[in-house]
Every structure is written in C-alpha cells, then in structure tokens.
Design a protein around this ligand. Structure first.
Ligand code: ADP
Length: 474
C-alpha cells in the first residue's frame, strides 16, 4: 500500500498551486468569483465550527455555557482576522513584493492574489525599465543631438550628442528652460516663432566651432523634439567646392585673357614674320599652361573617383626609382647634382602609376625650386616595418607658416615663381591624394634659403619582399 502524502501546510501561493494562477486585474484588487465563493464557503465552515462546540456545550452544560463557548470561538476568529487585517494594512503601507504576508484559509486566497499582482507589477516594471534603457541607448546612438522639451520648453531628456553640441548636462540641466542654456539669438527666435516647417542654422562656439542645423518637431500636443545635426563638415566641403570653382576659373581665365590679347594683336596688326612667330610662341605657352592645369585637374578627379589601389599588385621599386632618377636628370638638364640612395629589398603594394606620379611630383618640385648648381638627393629605405622615400634639396626653402597649407589645391608660396617654372599649384594636392589612397603620409621639413625635405612613409602592410635593390647609388 502506498503511503498517503502528508498535506502541504504551506499557504497556497507559496505552494504555487494552479488554483491561484487565475486571471486577475492588475490595475486594482478585483477578486475573481471563485475566490469570493471560497471565502463564502470558508466563512460558513468557520461558523459551523463555532456552532458545533457551542451546541455541544449547551446540551452538556446549559445555554450559558453554549453561548460562552460560541462567544469565545467568535473572539478567537475575530482575533485571527484582526491580526491578518493588520498584516495586510502594514504590507499595503510598505508593499514589498517579496514580503507578501502568508496565512491560511480565506486570507491565503487574498494574500495569494496580492502576491500574484505584485509579481506581475514587478515584471511589468522590469519590462518598462528595460524598454526605457533600450530607448535611451538608441537615443544615445543617434548621430544627431536629441533634446526632449516639455510644454514650457524645459529640458526633459537629452542624449550625449546634444550635451556636447549645446554644452548642456543631461542630469543637472533637466527642468531648465532650453533658452537659458542655448542662447544664440537665431535659436531663441526660431523657438519662439513656432514655425517649425524647416530647420534653423546656428553656430556654437563650444570647443571647436560648430555649425548646427536644428529642427524642432512638435509632438503629443505640447512636447517638442529638438534635433541638432552637425553640418560643419558639409559647410566646409561646400566652401571648398565654391573656392575650388572660383580658383579653377581664375587659373584658366588668366592664360585665356593673355591668349585672347595675343590673338587680337595678331589679327588686328600687320606683324613681321619674326614678331608673329614670337607671339605664336607665347600663345602656345599659355595654351600649354591651360593644358597642364586641365591635365592636373583630371588627374585629381581620377584619383578621387578611382577604385581603391590594389593590395596584391607589387610595384617594382628598383625599376621605378631608376626611371624617376632618369626623369630627374632629364628635367634638370645637368643643372643639378642628383643622387639616389636606395636601401632595402622591398617593393610597394598598390597602383604603380599613382605611386610613381606622387614621387615624381616631389622630385620635379625639388628641381624647380632649386637654383642651378643645387643638389637633389633621393633616399629610399624599406624594411618589413614599412618604407620611406625622401627628396632633399638645397633650394629656396619654405617659410614655416606656409607648410601646413602646401597640399591645398592652388596654394602657392610664390605664384610668380610657380608659374615661371610651369607650376599649376596642384602638384602637392595630387601627391597628398595618391598617398592617402595608399595609407601613406607626407612630412615636410624646410628652412628658407637652405632647402627642403619631403618624406613619404608607407605602412608595413603596403610593403612586400622585392627584387634586390639595396645600396644603389647613382
Ligand atoms: P606648384 O605647381 O606651384 O609647384 P605644388 O602643389 O607642387 O604647386 O607646390 C605648392 C607650393 O609649394 C609651390 O608653389 C611652392 O611654393 C612650394 N614648394 C613645393 N615644393 C617645394 C620645394 N621643394 N622647395 C620649395 N618650395 C616648394
């Protein structure tokens, strides 16, 4: 015979019985019908339990004894209920979900309901907290600054980007009117005008000066979402584009004006053949200057739109250096002492034409900006850690304030000298672009009147073991 399991004396909610996993109204304490029925049954049972001993007492000892027993029983039951009511009130005064009172009988049902409701509320609270965390994480990840404003334009919440862009503190500035912190007149006017169909633009002077495009999006009757997009870079690009178009127009207009002038002279005047030939030569010079500018512009544009240089194409540096050296000799025409000192049995990885063109531009400049009798040294060093190519000259040198701007398009230290030597002002811009595409850097050192050194450095991932090229000196 199997033994009968001992009855579980724990309250029902602690036992986790199915019976109290009934739907319940989370908003308030609504007892389901079966709980009310159970309370009724238990109350009747209690009354019956009080009546039985009272009846026995009355039969055995008379009516007084029966009433006394009944009253005593009632007192005990009332005390029990009063005690549980006290515990309920205490708990309601400080509702700790993990500390719902436990009892038996009808109170077990009531406490079980409470327990269940509290558990659901705790779960709901957790879910909402997770949701809030997720929303604020998403808000923080946005590339734009976001500020939530209440009906009185006071800060309710803001993300990190808004903190940085407006200089506000997402913790201590909550509740502050936004106009106390973002005081630019353009913003104050935009906010007050109430016409939020388009954005407003403002400048901030915090840290690096920023240009912001701010847009207010009203929602939920009175609340507002303030978005702040950083358009500094876009504005800079726009200015660069405008400057570039103006520069190109200017650069082309100058030779074109000269050319037109010569053409008119040749057409209007009766020139002797020598003079006419002389004019033609000057016109050809202006035309080829325009040609060089256009060629350089096309080279720049090709560099900007070309696919990334390959990682698997080996540039035979020995051959490239020899060819660069021969070109340098030809350009100099014997007016300079040119030497090549190459060490390191390593090649570069990338686009040969771009690398050769960048290095050639540096060599050409060294020759153009060094007077006759000057020296130009080409130094190549390569190892598994990377490679460098330096062009040293004993030329005119460059004042320090010009050095950071040399790679800008059409930037020249001395326009006259640049034009005299056939420069377009685009050479170093091309060098910079080609090098950037190969993850290489350009370092410029110079001393006015003494000479300059332009050093290109390629990272380790752009070098590969190559053909023997060490110790070549021309
Ligand atoms: P450019 O066609 O005018 O030479 P670059 O972009 O090649 O244009 O060079 C920009 C400016 O940098 C030049 O105008 C020149 O003033 C200066 N520069 C470049 N290389 C040298 C150098 N080796 N020595 C002195 N100045 C140089």
């Amino acid at each position: 015979m199997g033994s009968v399991p001992a009855p579980d004396s724990r309250p029902r909610h602690a036992r986790g019985e199915q019976g109290w996993k009934q739907p319940c109204d989370n908003a308030g304490l609504v007892f389901p019908a079966h709980t009310l029925n159970s309370v009724l049954v238990q109350t009747l049972t209690t009354a019956a339990w009080l009546a039985v001993p009272a009846l026995i007492g009355r039969l055995a000892f008379g009516a007084d004894a029966g009433w006394a027993l009944f009253a005593g029983g009632l007192l005990i039951v009332s005390g029990y209920h009063a005690r549980n009511l006290r515990r309920l009130l205490d708990w309601l005064g400080n509702p700790d979900p993990g500390d719902v009172p436990e009892a038996s009988g009808a109170w077990d049902d009531a406490f079980a309901l409470l327990h269940r409701r509290e558990r659901r509320l705790a779960q709901e609270r957790q879910r909402l907290a997770r949701l809030v965390v997720r929303y604020s994480q998403a808000g923080r990840a946005l590339p734009d600054g976001v500020v939530i404003l209440d009906g009185d334009d006071r800060i309710v919440w803001c993300n990190g980007k808004a903190e940085a862009r407006f200089g506000i503190d997402g913790k201590t500035d909550v509740g502050q009117p936004i106009t106390n912190l973002v005081r630019q007149p353009e913003f104050v006017k935009y906010l007050a005008a109430g016409d939020y169909t388009g954005p407003a633009q403002l400048k901030t002077a915090r840290g690096a000066a920023l240009s912001l495009s701010v847009q207010i999006i009203p929602y939920d009757d009175a609340q507002k979402l303030l978005l702040a997009r950083d358009i500094t870079q876009a504005e800079r690009l726009d200015t660069m584009r405008r400057d570039f178009v103006a520069n190109v127009s200017h650069e082309l207009r100058t030779p074109l004006t000269v050319l037109t002038g010569f053409l008119e002279t040749v057409r209007e005047l009766k020139l002797d053949p020598d003079r006419a030939r002389n004019y033609m030569g000057m016109m050809a010079g202006q035309a080829s200057r325009m040609q060089r500018i256009i060629d350089d512009l096309l080279t720049l544009s090709a560099l900007e739109s070309a696919p990334q240089p390959p990682w698997d194409r080996q540039v035979p540096m020995r051959a490239v250096l020899d060819s660069l050296c021969a070109d340098a000799e030809a350009l100099s025409g014997g007016r300079h002492r040119i030497s090549l000192d190459a060490q390191g049995d390593w090649d570069l990885l990338g686009a040969e034409s771009e690398i050769a063109s960048a290095l050639r531009n540096l060599i050409t400049n060294a020759i153009r900006y060094s007077p006759a009798g000057g020296e130009v040294r080409l130094i190549w060093r390569a190892s598994a850690d990377g490679a460098s190519f330096a062009v040293e000259d004993s030329g005119v040198g460059i004042e320090p304030e010009h050095i950071p701007r040399l790679t800008e398009r059409f930037y020249r230290v001395d326009s006259g000298r640049s034009r005299e030597t056939g420069g377009t002002g685009l050479g170093l811009a091309i060098v910079k672009h080609a090098l950037l595409r190969h993850q290489a850097s350009l370092q410029i050192e110079s001393e006015p009147g003494k000479g300059s050194r332009f050093t290109v450095r390629f990272p380790a991932r752009r070098v590969a073991a190559g053909h023997q090229s060490s110790g070549v000196t021309v």
